[in-house]
Design a protein around this ligand. Structure first.
Ligand code: FBP
Length: 297
């Protein structure tokens, strides 16, 4: 079954946003071969941008603007929320055009992450209409959730996204993906990772959040990018990374936390807001939250 048929039962405006982004993703997947290396620009966080970052960002913004399907758009590569006059709907989207882009030159999987809102995007994740991500790896896959299950599609050799697996539920599993330098881990987090390692969890960390969480969604376990020495808020962005991927994993029976409580209840104060992230199976998330609670008692 193709994506357009599978998504047919959803609200017209939301459905069209997912289909529009799926078409842009096909162009992005063809763009890697001809756009290599860094651009001479940095993003709002002062990070060196890859040539693909800039191109994918501009492509997503122009195609969504011209589609008249969205009114608000926030991009990880842009300083502010963009408002599109003359839009036919009041949908707001957040985009991380190419998460993990620093890995493109070493040919590891990267991805596009999207959150979909009714109106203002500076809203808690649990108010999302839906979320999706596209993973550019050996295969190009698309995963979407519009509050009726989490579904995977694979792009076939004719460029169609074809259903691979539907109503995905995160299994019990023993994979852990630990971000941040071990020397900078704070005591509770260090003990948490120690417990996972003692229980025989296998380390799988690529440096691409979207790819690592995709693995956790299918194999079980937990991804962490915690608060660490000198960075109380961790590294990952609440709006562009943690909330949309957290929404999908939660809809698949998993959970997402800042280490102390449910992350999807946090109302972003700014597009650049960072947050400590624990995402994966309910068992692992319950454990880290309990350990932080016991530590503060
Ligand atoms: P961007 O590439 O979108 O800036 O994402 C940040 C990111 O690359 C995540 O994908 C990944 O989980 C993390 O940073 C890797 O951080 P580190 O290099 O510190 O391990």
């Amino acid at each position: 079954m193709k994506l357009d048929a599978h998504i047919a039962s959803h609200n017209e405006d939301v459905k069209q946003v997912v289909l529009c982004i799926s078409e842009v993703a096909k162009k992005i997947s063809k763009g890697f071969a001809t756009r290599r290396g860094t651009s001479d620009t940095s993003n709002v966080y002062g990070e060196q941008q890859q040539a693909m970052d800039v191109w994918a960002d501009e492509l997503l913004i122009s195609e969504l603007r011209d589609s008249k399907l969205v009114q608000y758009l926030a991009s990880e590569e842009q300083p502010d929320v963009l408002t599109f006059e003359g839009s036919a709907s009041n949908i707001g989207v957040t985009i991380d055009p190419l998460d993990g882009s620093s890995l493109i030159d070493v040919n590891l999987a990267v991805g596009t992450i999207v959150g979909i809102y009714r109106g203002d995007v500076l809203s808690p994740g649990n108010e999302m209409l839906g979320a999706m991500y596209v993973l550019y790896g050996p295969l190009t896959t698309l995963t979407y959730c519009l509050r009726k299950g989490v579904h995977d599609f694979t792009m076939d050799d004719r460029g169609n996204f074809v259903l691979q697996e539907e109503n995905i539920l995160i299994p019990e599993g023993k994979i852990y993906a630990p971000g941040a330098l071990r020397r900078d881990w704070l005591p509770v987090h260090r003990r948490f990772i120690g417990k996972l390692e003692a229980e025989g969890y296998k380390l799988r960390y690529s440096g691409s959040f979207v790819a690592d969480v995709h693995q956790i969604l299918h194999k079980g376990g937990v991804f962490t990018y915690p608060a660490y020495a000198g960075r109380e808020q961790g590294k990952l962005r609440l709006l562009f990374e943690a909330a949309p991927m957290g929404f999908i994993v939660s809809q698949a029976g998993g959970a997402v936390s800042d280490g102390r409580s449910e992350l999807l209840t946090i109302k972003p104060e700014a597009v650049s807001q960072r947050v400590p992230v624990y995402i994966g199976g309910k068992k692992e998330i319950t454990l880290i939250e309990r350990m932080h609670k016991e530590n503060s008692e």
